[in-house]
Design a protein around this ligand. Structure first.
Ligand code: NAD
Ligand code: IPM
Ligand code: MN
Length: 366
C-alpha cells in the first residue's frame, strides 16, 4: 500500500515535533511494507512570511490529494494582529485547512501513562485507568460563524460578537461519529452542552438524545452541562469514556484532559471527515497534536514530541488501516517513558530528539 502524506510543521515548536513524528512514521512504515510518499509545505505564520498568505491554494490542493496531513502547530504573537477579509477560516491557516477538508469530527485522546502516574497534578489513585476520548466538533459553532465582528454602537461603545449556531444536520453527523467511536471503546458517551442557557445547546441535546434512542440504544448516553463536566473531569477522570462536545467546549476540555496524561504535549488528535470505520481510502484526514506552537519553548529542542508521535499512531490506524502498528507505537511510547525518557514538561531533562530516538528504538522491540 502507498500512503500520501503532507507534512505541515507550521510555527513555533510545530516543525520540531513534526520532524519527530515523521521519523517514527518512516520507521513504522518500513516495518509493515507501507510505501510513503511524503511532501512538506508551510502553514500559517511560516507561510505568511514566505508567501503573504496563511495557506496557499496549492497547499490546500496537495492536502486534498493526500491520504493524510500531519500538522505541527500554528500561531504566535507575530501574526496575532493580522486581520484578513472573510470568515474565521481566513484568519488562520489551520482553520482553513480543517474547513477545506471538512474534517468536522476531531478525536482527541488522553490517557494516563503508568510511568507518569506520580508526575501529574492528581493523586495517582484518582487517575488509575483514565482513558478519555474527547470528540470535538471541528467545523462549526461560534468558531466558524460568519456572524461576527466588532461594531460601534450609537453611544460610541464598541461591541464584539460571534454567533454560536449549529444546524441540526451538523449536530447529527457529528453525534453519529461520536456514538460510533463510543461503540469501538467502552460504549459510554457523555454529551456536553449548556442547554440550560443556550438555544443551540437545547437543539444539541435534543438531536443527540433522539439519535441515541433511535440508532444507538446499546451505547450508554449521559448529558452534563459543560461547567459540571469540567468539574467532574478534574475530580474523577477515570469515570469518563467518550465526551461529545461542540467546537468551543471541545477545545477547552481537550486541553484540560492534558493534565491526566502528564502534559498537554502528550495528546494526539485525528480530524476526520466522517466515521473512523470508513476513513481508510475515503477522505484525507488531518493528524495533529492538541497543543499549540508553545512560543515559550520554541527553538530549544525540548518540545515533547509524544502528542505528534501518537498522532502518527492514529494516522496509521485510521488512514492506513494498520491498527496493530498503531498499538505498537503506543507500546513504544510507554516503553520509552518507563525507561525514564522525559522532556522538561514531564519533569525530565531529555531533548525532543532523545525522546524520539528512544521511542524508535523501543518500536523495534515491542
Ligand atoms: P500552547 O499549547 O502553545 O502552550 C501552552 C503551554 O503548554 C505552554 O506552557 C507550552 O510551553 C506548553 N506546551 C505545549 N505543547 C508542549 C509540548 N509539546 N512540549 C512541552 N510543552 C508544551 O498554548 P498557548 O501558549 O495558549 O498558545 C501559543 C500559540 O499557539 C498561540 O498562537 C495559539 O493561538 C496557538 N495554538 C495553536 C494550536 C494549534 O496549532 N492546534 C493549538 C493551541 C494554540
Ligand atoms: C486547537 C487550537 C486551535 C483551535 C486554534 C489555533 C485555532 O486551539 O487546535 O485546539 O481553537 O481550534
Ligand atoms: Mn486548543
Amino acid at each position: 500500500m502507498q500512503l500520501k502524506v503532507l507534512a505541515l510543521g507550521g510555527d513555533g515548536i510545530g516543525p520540531e515535533v513534526v520532524d519527530a513524528g515523521l521519523k517514527v512514521l518512516e520507521c513504522a512504515a518500513k516495518s509493515i511494507d507501507l510505501v510513503l510518499d511524503i511532501s512538506e509545505d508551510l502553514l500559517h505564520g511560516a507561510a505568511w512570511e514566505r508567501y503573504g498568505t496563511f495557506i496557499r491554494d496549492k497547499t490546500l490542493e496537495k492536502a486534498r490529494a493526500s491520504n493524510a496531513v500531519l500538522v505541527g502547530a500554528v500561531g504566535g504573537p507575530k501574526w496575532e494582529h493580522i486581520v484578513r477579509d472573510g470568515g474565521p477560516e481566513e484568519q488562520d491557516g489551520l482553520m482553513k485547512l480543517r474547513h477545506h477538508l471538512k474534517t468536522f469530527a476531531c478525536l482527541r485522546h488522553a490517557r494516563v501513562h503508568r510511568a507518569l502516574l506520580d508526575r501529574t497534578a492528581f493523586k495517582p489513585a484518582i487517575l488509575e485507568g483514565a482513558d478519555i476520548m474527547v470528540m470535538r466538533e471541528l467545523c462549526g459553532g461560534a468558531m466558524f460563524t460568519t456572524t461576527r465582528g466588532i461594531t460601534t454602537d450609537s453611544d460610541g461603545i464598541r461591541r464584539g460578537f460571534d454567533l454560536n449556531e449549529y444546524r441540526e444536520s451538523e449536530i447529527a453527523r457529528f453525534a453519529r461519529v461520536g456514538f460510533e467511536v463510543a461503540r469501538r471503546r467502552r460504549s459510554r458517551l457523555l454529551s456536553v452542552d449548556k442547554s440550560n442557557v443556550f438555544m443551540a445547546g437545547k437543539l444539541w441535546r435534543e438531536i443527540v438524545s433522539d439519535l441515541g434512542r433511535e440508532e444507538f440504544a446499546d451505547v450508554e448516553l449521559t448529558h452534563f452541562f459543560a461547567d459540571n463536566a469540567a468539574y467532574q473531569l478534574s475530580r474523577r477522570p477515570a469515570d469518563f469514556d467518550v465526551i461529545l462536545a461542540d467546537n468551543l467546549f471541545g477545545d477547552i476540555l481537550s486541553d484540560q484532559v492534558g493534565a491526566i496524561a502528564g502534559s498537554l504535549g502528550m495528546l494526539p488528535s485525528a480530524c476526520l471527515a466522517g466515521s473512523p470505520a470508513k476513513q481508510i481510502s475515503e477522505c484525507p484526514a488531518i493528524y495533529e497534536p492538541v497543543h499549540g506552537s508553545a512560543p515559550d519553548i520554541a527553538g530549544q529542542g525540548i518540545a515533547n514530541p509524544i502528542g505528534t508521535i501518537l498522532s502518527v499512531g492514529m494516522l496509521l490506524e485510521y488512514s492506513a488501516g494498520q491498527p496493530d502498528c498503531a498499538r505498537r507505537v503506543d507500546r513504544a511510547v510507554d516503553a520509552a517513558l518507563t525507561a525514564g525518557f522525559a522532556t522538561p514538561d514531564l519533569g525530565g531533562d531529555h531533548t525532543t530528539s532523545q525522546l524520539t530516538d528512544a521511542v524508535i528504538q523501543y518500536f523495534r522491540k515491542v
